[in-house]
Design a protein around this ligand. Sequence first.
Ligand code: ZN
Length: 225
Amino acid sequence: MVMSSASQHGSELKARRIVLLGPPGAGKGTQAELLAQELAVPHIAAGDLLRAEVQRGGPLGQEAQGYMDRGELVPHELVVRIVGARLAEVGRQGFILDGFPRDLAQAEALEQLVQVERVIHLVLSREEVIRRLSARLVCAGCGQNYQHLLQEGRCQRCGGELVRRSDDRPEVVAKRYDEQYNNQIEALLHFYRELGERRGLALLRTVSGEGSVETVRRRLLEALG
Ligand SMILES: [Zn+2]
């Protein structure tokens, strides 16, 4: 293994430029947060990043806002620039990227920006995704997710009311699974498999997202070792 300057400090055996792929509801956000603490690297959630950029009102955020105001999707090229700007900020610390890349074009663009060290595909069946997301409540105050079983009426973080998102209905969840994930994932996996072969390393790992948060966390740490 080639030692990069980023891996000379701390947990040297662990990859530090990490991409998490997987369907909505697989727990990418939760797991990325836990891994970020464990490895002391920034968690970059592409969706949050876009929202934060818009709120901050910088040049990229203003440009994105313009598209949103017109009811248009923020174009691919602009999302790549926003992610790229954040990656430049974190520099050698490394990152755990979740929600990006979503498709082959974004994966190719990311590879132009930075050399990813590990790609983890967090797998969860379509049935389980629908089951989990349909049972999900979110805090109206801070957006924290909760499963019914864990729910105690109020948000543990901010005390806000827990509500069901209108787009967590089963038919909407199924559509999201197919459009955001199922239609793109094969091309992404193929891209990273080939990239790994060209570099002569096992870049891509598959990890099951079934089971408890702690079980999945252990599997992920193993896959990063
Ligand atoms: Zn809350």
